[in-house]
Design a protein around this ligand. Structure first.
Ligand SMILES: Cc1cc2nc3c(=O)[nH]c(=O)nc-3n(C[C@H](O)[C@H](O)[C@H](O)COP(=O)(O)OP(=O)(O)OC[C@H]3O[C@@H](n4cnc5c(N)ncnc54)[C@H](O)[C@@H]3O)c2cc1C
Length: 431
């Protein structure tokens, strides 16, 4: 796959005639290839260019997935109902194979590294169509996110710590040795909790990340340098304030490693999928790996899929029940306000440290928001808010049930890992 990406135009950093490898959190050896500090972007732009040049692929921008199309009493996928945000039209796309690659749920949290589109739409629509959502209590909080007033915050890559970046609390004390033998390169959940613990102990809002001593720091991390500089921080000379933020959704639409969901005709890949390969705590850089490897496996089977299935349009329209998708208009709380309130409650009560009382409080807030939401004038905002509430409800319930701590799920009232009772997955099905 790496060779294919290179021939598709992705340019990775090279060393001594081979791809240069770096080490990140909880890795036992350097194994991560990189394109300076924007590896995902290098892969994305190479693939997008390939798609744009391929006459068999039609790209429709600003088209928003509302729902996966199925049939009552016949759990199969026949395409998708989509909202065109430019024309404000709803369009039915029928398909013998539908692949969801809609990303994660980072926007459920007030502070996140994820873009505004990470609103769990694919997960919620697959759930409504009958797919299982699994492992959603496991949310990864990235430890070193630039501490700024913005809600979507800038990520300082773990590769910085892989190259020698050090963490200090506000008093200037190096603290990671007290939390884990791997120090700064401990697993992400441990570094995040250590940072929360240090900020509480020192009554501060952030810790410092020191990159000043990293050789060729400008050459290796140009994007991070530019972004810090835009906020008035010169990382070659100054310490950078960081605090954790929601970063990655380990759970999602349950699928095998061929993207199959159990709903014939519906396939998933990338962060919206839950193949189980990340367990309770994804390792750095395994996400791009997952998307590239398992995404390709779906395509490898495409001829077989297309050959096997037929979609009967008349049948589809006969069974389409619009009342399932569109709730009646009522007066209540604007979707945008619902979104803000949800993000706040998830950050406060379902974050890095959880306990029963806070989780129950969040569950009640989500119930109230469901009751209060109105459709308003902005359809997109409404769909996103409903999807976020749907998935938030599942995250909270799973976090309540799992009364132990493991990976990205930490319960202060059940801080131990309980292998006897909890080596198992929690799945939700809409019934
Ligand atoms: C700042 C940052 C840095 C990261 N760095 C790394 C890294 O170095 N290595 C690594 O392995 N992982 C990294 N990750 C994680 C990784 O980038 C993501 O997990 C990965 O991009 C997910 O890919 P995806 O294709 O599943 O989803 P995304 O890349 O999130 O793409 C989802 C797409 O679906 C679209 N979409 C969403 N909802 C809808 C809808 N309703 N209708 C239509 N379209 C929709 C979105 O607009 C978007 O285009 C990083 C993540 C972030 C945020």
């Amino acid at each position: 796959r790496v060779r294919e990406l290179i021939s598709a135009g992705a340019r990775f950093d090279m060393k001594d005639g081979s791809v240069s490898l770096t080490r990140e959190g909880a890795h036992s050896r350097p194994r991560i290839l990189h394109a300076a500090d924007a590896t995902g972007e290098a892969i994305r732009s190479a693939l997008v260019e390939q798609c744009q040049q391929n006459p068999a692929i039609e790209i429709r921008e600003e088209h928003f997935l509302i729902d996966v199309l199925g049939q009552a009493g016949n759990p199969e996928c026949y395409g998708a109902l989509v909202y065109d945000a430019r024309s404000h039209q709803k369009i039915v796309f029928t398909a013998r194979a539908t692949i969801l690659a809609t990303g994660g749920a980072g926007q459920l949290y007030k502070y996140t590294t994820n873009p505004p589109v990470a609103t769990a739409d694919g997960m919620a629509s697959a759930f409504r169509a009958g797919c299982r959502l699994t492992d959603l209590e496991f949310i990864q909080f990235h430890p070193t996110v630039l501490f700024t007033p913005e809600k979507q915050r800038f990520l300082i890559s773990e590769a910085v710590r892989g190259e020698g970046g050090r963490l200090y609390n506000i008093k200037g004390e190096a603290f990671m040795a007290g939390y884990h033998p791997l120090k700064e390169l401990a697993p992400r959940d441990i570094v995040s909790r250590a940072i929360v613990s240090e900020t509480r102990r020192t009554d501060s809002e952030y810790v410092w990340l020191d990159m000043t001593h990293i050789p060729k720091v400008l050459e290796r991390f140009p994007t991070i340098y530019e972004n810090c500089l835009q906020r008035g921080i010169d990382l070659t000379r100054e310490l950078v304030p960081v605090f954790p933020a929601a970063h990655y959704t380990m759970g999602g639409i349950e699928s095998n490693t061929y993207g199959e969901t159990g709903l014939p005709g519906l396939y998933v890949c990338g962060e919206t999928a839950c193949t189980g390969v990340h367990g309770a705590n994804r390792l750095a850089s395994n996400s791009l790996l997952e998307g590239i490897v398992f995404g390709q496996r779906i395509i490898n089977k495409v001829e077989e899929i297309l050959y096997r299935r037929r979609v009967d349009l008349r049948e589809l329209y006969r069974h389409f029940d619009s009342s399932e998708v569109f709730q009646p208009q009522k007066k209540g709380m604007e979707p945008r306000e619902v979104r803000l309130k949800l993000q706040e409650t998830m950050w406060e009560n379902v974050g890095i440290l959880r306990d029963e009382a806070h989780l129950k409080k969040a569950a009640q807030t989500v119930r109230d928001l469901y009751d209060q939401i109105e459709r308003g004038d902005d359809e997109l905002a409404y769909y996103e808010a409903i999807n976020m509430l749907t998935v938030a409800r599942i995250i909270i319930q799973a976090a309540l049930w799992r009364n132990e701590s493991r990976g990205g799920h930490f319960r202060t009232d059940h801080p131990q890992r309980d292998d006897l009772r909890w080596i198992r997955h929690i799945s939700f099905v809409n019934c």
